[in-house]
Design a protein around this ligand. Structure first.
Ligand code: GLU
Length: 278
């Protein structure tokens, strides 16, 4: 009798535990998106031609088009995308924290970064260059020694200056390239260095046209990859498939023309997946 009572109580307790578990599981499945699926993508918000938040709140640029194409292949429509700003210095951390599903933000594939994150791609090859005021006489990397040079914290551009291009330049690292650009215009710095794809986008803006110019130097090879969390092998394969399709169906060419055409940027042909130009 005593034993039977104990069994009944245990059974009730067990049932309760099971139903609570079932309830919380159900809640977890729906959390965050109210049931509809969303994908969060990291981009730049201040790089015209690559990743730009427009005054009306929409997003434009080659990185945005690549990111949107990938999302579509993964089964997400444009309205399922949540765009998140990922500044250069925050990209590895944003992936590690799980803030974003992937990053398409002028993000060069490097061995150092590959210690912390994985990359799909590459999907573009660009080169480091300088942007200076129209009247400036800087024509080569070594002209920068002793000059005030601006770049962005956590970028390969800043690292390359210190390591090779002009170790004696007075390097100032800001948070974004648009802050550097303001510095060039105000005279606070003499030059801005980063990828020519980014600089061409700035130089083509109405408010900067005729005031700044690119030096036209190919100071490095930057292979743009899609950043993903370390070990996300399945996602890497899916993104690589999407990128291959984007090239073969002509969407890649269409996107480079639409985004780099206005800046007259002479882009390189589409790179092969897994092929890094050193
Ligand atoms: N592509 C370079 C990098 O990943 C410079 C551009 C950027 O900072 O986003 O560091």
């Amino acid at each position: 009798m005593k034993l039977r009572k104990f069994t009944a109580v245990t059974a009730v307790a067990l049932t309760l535990t099971l139903s609570v578990t079932a309830c919380s599981k159900k809640k977890d499945d729906n959390s965050g998106s109210g049931g509809s699926k969303k994908i969060t993508i990291g981009i730049k918000f201040d790089q015209p031609g690559l990743g730009l938040k427009e005054p009306d709140g929409s997003f434009s640029g080659f990185d945005v088009d690549v990111a949107t194409y990938i999302a579509k292949q993964l089964g997400y429509s444009t309205k399922d995308i949540e765009w998140k700003e990922t500044p250069s210095a925050d990209r590895e951390n944003a992936l590690a924290r799980g803030d974003v599903d992937y990053i398409v933000a002028s993000y060069s594939i490097t061995p150092e970064r590959e210690q912390k994150v994985d990359f799909a791609g590459p999907y573009a090859l660009v080169h480091q260059d300088l942007l200076v005021r129209k009247d400036e006489k800087i024509t080569k990397g070594t002209d920068l020694n002793g000059k005030k040079l601006c770049s962005v914290t956590g970028s390969t551009s800043a690292q390359n200056v210190k390591d090779e291009i002009a170790p004696k330049a007075q390097l100032k690292n800001y948070g974004t390239y648009s802050e550097c650009l303001d510095g060039v215009l105000s005279g606070a710095v003499d030059a801005l260095t980063t990828d020519d794809s980014i600089l061409a986008g700035y130089a083509a803006q109405d408010n900067y046209k005729g005031k700044v110019k690119l030096a036209g130097l190919k100071l490095s090879n930057e292979n743009y990859g899609v950043g993903i969390k370390k070990g996300a092998t399945k996602l890497k394969g899916q993104i690589n498939d999407a990128l291959e399709k984007m090239v073969s169906d002509g969407s890649w060419e269409k996107a480079v023309k639409a985004n780099f055409g206005p800046a007259n940027y002479k882009y390189e042909p589409a790179p092969k997946i897994g092929h890094i130009v050193k």
